[in-house]
Design a protein. Structure first.
Length: 211
């Protein structure tokens, strides 16, 4: 079963994720599934397809993150998707990038802290509501299944003093939401199709300013 599962990660090779990383990602997935029996981390209906739906989906932004960046912040990290997945990948790449995982839930934060310690990741779990934080700085900011696009843009505009790239996972209405936001925001961005869902997109924002 383990070998057959590892083969499912082969898609990640196109993202310059080494095969040596696959067993670690699979171990994290196993921990995630086990913990999901106790607390709600992912939908039960997605467990069987969790390699594609959660791990590969989270990992697909690895090739658009500069491994020489100093910091990456995951907004609403939840079950560690994408924060833990990215921290595992970049550790294997030999990168010194530090991951800050914001998660206000005590039980989810406890799980994240256990995983960070287990894999000895360059990551810090911050059991805080990111909306209460001020003067935030991060080279890279990522968010997956966190909040609607407009709300994330407002958060970054009000609470951040610096960011280089904002990378967001958007669903089937992603392009439509971007167009709506452009009525209020001046956004310099790039869009790419999701590797795991034809209807979803990844948006990379380099500059953001209210009109």
């Amino acid at each position: 079963m383990i070998e057959s599962n590892l083969k499912k990660y082969s898609q990640l090779e196109t993202l310059n994720v080494s095969r040596e990383t696959f067993p670690v990602l699979e171990e994290f997935r196993s921990l995630l599934i086990d913990e999901n029996k106790k607390i709600n981390l992912i939908s039960k209906s997605t467990e069987k397809e969790s390699i594609k739906r959660h791990i590969i989906d989270s990992a697909q932004i690895a090739d658009i993150i500069d491994k020489n960046a100093k910091s990456c912040m995951d907004l609403g990290s939840g079950s560690g998707l994408p924060g833990i997945v990215l921290a595992i990948i970049f550790k294997k790449k030999g990168s010194m990038i530090k991951f800050d995982l914001y998660e206000k839930s005590f039980r989810k934060s406890k799980f994240l802290k256990r995983v960070v310690k287990h894999f000895d990741l360059n990551a810090e779990v911050k059991q805080k509501n990111v909306y209460d934080e001020k003067y935030i700085e991060a080279d890279i900011v990522v968010a997956r299944a966190f909040k609607p696009l407009q709300i994330i843009l407002e958060l970054v505009d009000k609470n951040f003093v610096h960011f280089n790239k904002l990378i967001l996972f958007l669903g089937k209405s992603g392009k439509e939401n971007v167009k709506k936001c452009q009525k209020t925001w001046k956004i310099d961005y790039e869009v790419s199709k999701s590797l795991t869902d034809d209807k979803s997109i990844i948006i990379k924002i380099n500059n953001l300013k209210k009109k």
